[in-house]
Ligand binder design. Sequence first.
Ligand code: GLA
Length: 639
Amino acid sequence: MMVRSLMASAALCGLLVLSNPAVAQSGLELDPLAATGRWSIPERSQARTPPMGWNSWNAFRTEVDEAKVLGAARAMVDSGLSRLGYTYVNVDDGWWLKRRQADGRLEIRTGLFPSAAIEGQDSSFRPYTDALHAMGLKAGIYTDIGRNACSQAYDLHSPNLPEGTTAEREVGLHGHVDQDIGLYFGEWGFDYIKVDACGINVYGPDTEVVRKYAYTPVTPLIDQAAINRTDVSAVRALYAEVAQALTTHNPDGDYILAICNWGSADVRSWGKDVGHLWRTSGDITPTWTRMLHNFDSASTRALYAKPGAWNDPDILFIGHGDFDQNHLTEARSHFTLWAMINAPLLISYDLRDAPQSLMDIWGNADIVRLNQDPGGHQGVIAYASDDVQIIVKTLSNGDKAVALFNRGLATTDVTLTAAQMKFAADAPVQLRNLWDQTGSTFTGETTFTLEPRQTLVFEASGARQLKDGVYLSEIPGQVNVAVDGVVAPEADPVVHRMRNAWGETRGSGERPTYTGWGGAQADATPYDQALRIAGQGFDTGIGVLANSRLEVRNAGHTRFEARVGVDDSTRNIKDKVRFQVYGDGELLAEITTMGFGEASRLLTVDITDVRLVELVARSETMNSDLPLVVTWADAALRR
Ligand code: GLA
């Protein structure tokens, strides 16, 4: 029985074996659930907290130039924003002129970046990056994983597109990964790279853009509407090649890789293993409902973000459209939400001329501090609805940040409970409002009235429900979903579906597109239900599919405890599961043959001196093809 079940789980997870190089390299191909005793995400010295800075795209698109960028940099320094942590200055699409055919070297559009023109020498960004570094800032550059970039398909009116023959206009990384990364990081001194994906998406044979502009046709690896027509492992392998080249050219680890394939190719599940951040959705636009869409694409993914690896719902659009200086409520909400879910804080506005009201938003030191808290715990949704959400983020000192978010257009009352912050209901909770600095205290619960689209955000302290430890769902930054048990990626239906971002309502509507549905969740099941085992509800825990393995970092706790069982929401009511707890690679405890409808059982495990706890849920039978949903209820590290 056991041998059969091992093979069954290996077969179920076959795809995952291939897509997890860490497992493949360790020779454990037959059993992807085998404990490894190690944290499988590469240790990264950069982006230990979400990257902060500025990006040219939402402000200037391809009309970027050196004066605009250095002006933003100067304003960041002079205003004090850089002291708050806004240090990356990222040039997006639009900087390039052509790829020189003699040797493949990229040439800069020196008309836009005059300091790159050096008499008698190849164009170079070195004077520009030197200038940024001298200001105490860091420099970011943009490229594409394919032959051509996004502007070459979408900004065709621009005077700043790459010029020349078909080959000269192939400015993306295709065929030049090592050469370009060496140039950008070795010779030019960049610190950050955003790698877009239009080159493997929109230049298919028979497309009008390819015919009209004589681009090399590339059979798309990504179909944003169909995961089954997307070559997930090929896309991942291309980004992994870039990650490898970055390691080679930056032996000191001083670089950031931002994967920009808009939530396609199941990147929401594997981005953490390859890059420092990965886009979870398509481009943000300066509209409220698109902001909701981008927020939702990342807000349910707390367990996938951690120091060195962040969900990226896109650069900020504060200052424009629905988030301009006449819509400060919306702008503050956008900023607070990004801060709470540990999104990168990349301003994209012409900072040479920014109203003080906007500077005060980006410059809210308290809210920046939440985002930059060294624990790296993304906020978790404590109250979910389409109208109102309550998001709670655990800070490294044990306090909480809590955001009350009114998504809609009606004024509404929102009741916050101590329990939603995992504080005791019978002890006072102190709140400090981070927009107006007012303080208040409540016991049990308190109610606020929120204006349309308003977000209130507080720092909160109280008596912890769990006095001798911490729940795993409070510390997502210390939990890695090494294997999530998803057999076939499915689109996530919980993301807000605004009308086409460009306004049209032709066709049949906006459909769920970003896979990751069924991934592990904090305080919810993988399919966004409340946790429940045999009729008993749990506010706290990790919801995951069977045939999964979670890695949990431990520093000093001596006991792991959870109540485990098959979740009532499972569609598979036929199969049995085995729950196993490993410490530094050794099996410490297990509970076997649990099935649907059985009351939860308690696992208590001594983890004294254990540094890595692994939680494995393994199918023992295969009577159904349906996913088996399991719950590690109240899972906690305790003393
Ligand atoms: C894509 C990206 C954007 C931006 C543009 C540049 O749309 O998602 O963030 O970089 O390309 O062309």
